[in-house]
Design a protein around this ligand. Structure first.
Ligand code: SF4
Length: 237
């Protein structure tokens, strides 16, 4: 299967924030099975969107950035939905770039396949690891979903690959206690790096104020608690 048919919604050609300690380009893959209420990339959820992105052109662009960029991040959407992701990664890797992946861990069997090609993974943890809260945070509720997330997480821990977990603190779906529970779950599984990300209200959300979004970051007990649980813990606003 050729990487030419991979469906991409767009690209960021220079980023200092998407791949830790690396200067990177980011490609935003189309397709996502989830409908998180805090999603800012809803236009990437379906495959239909014709972005005009041409894979070969992107590869040619990367050839000119070999001494400027360290890596390329495959983001989304959910990159694991695309069957020819491995081919696309291989092509970028063969140019000498480090490879990062942003994922929700939706499809562990696919993650397993591409894991040897990756240098770093950012795994979104949307809620405490139970079916009910995950269904609320992702907007969908297939029965196997939570087991998929747990499998992907275990796979990353066992692999020894550099990875982080991160949670978007949407006050409409998560409480301070929920974040504590996530912290407990992740640290007990052996996760070393955890980040909290600030929710920025989506356009249709007219009721969530900045103080609602800030409350997680103003709570010193929560921050100290999480600092004590992880080798690396920080917040991203
Ligand atoms: S997983 Fe990401 S792209 Fe998919 S709906 Fe959630 S926030 Fe949006």
């Amino acid at each position: 299967m050729s990487a030419n048919t991979i469906k991409v919604g767009g690209a960021e050609t220079f980023s200092l924030v998407d791949f830790p300690d690396k200067i990177s380009a980011v490609i935003f893959m189309q397709g996502c099975p989830w409908r998180c209420p805090f999603c800012h990339n809803a236009f990437l959820q379906d495959f239909q969107h014709d972005s005009g992105f041409i894979w070969d052109k992107f590869i040619k662009f990367l050839e000119t950035r070999r001494n400027i960029l360290d890596g390329v991040v495959f983001s989304g959407g959910e990159p694991l939905v695309q069957d020819n992701l491995a081919q696309a990664i291989q092509e970028v890797k063969s140019l000498g770039f480090k490879i990062g992946l942003h994922t929700g861990g939706y499809r562990p069997e696919h993650l397993q396949k591409i894991l040897p090609l990756l240098d770093w993974v950012g795994l979104d943890i949307k809620a405490p690891l139970n079916a009910e809260q995950y269904a609320k945070a992702t907007g969908v509720a297939p029965a196997a979903q939570i087991e998929n997330i747990k499998q992907s997480l275990k796979m990353l821990i066992d692999s020894g690959i550099d990875f982080e977990c991160r949670t978007t603190c949407d006050p409409r779906i998560l409480t301070i206690n929920d974040i504590k529970i996530i912290g407990d779950e992740l640290s007990s599984l052996g996760v070393a790096k955890y980040y909290l990300q600030k929710y920025r209200p989506i356009e249709s959300d007219k009721t969530t104020g900045d103080s609602d979004c800030e409350k997680f970051f103003q709570n010193k007990d929560l921050l100290q608690y999480l600092q004590s649980k992880f080798q690396v813990f920080d917040i991203r606003k």
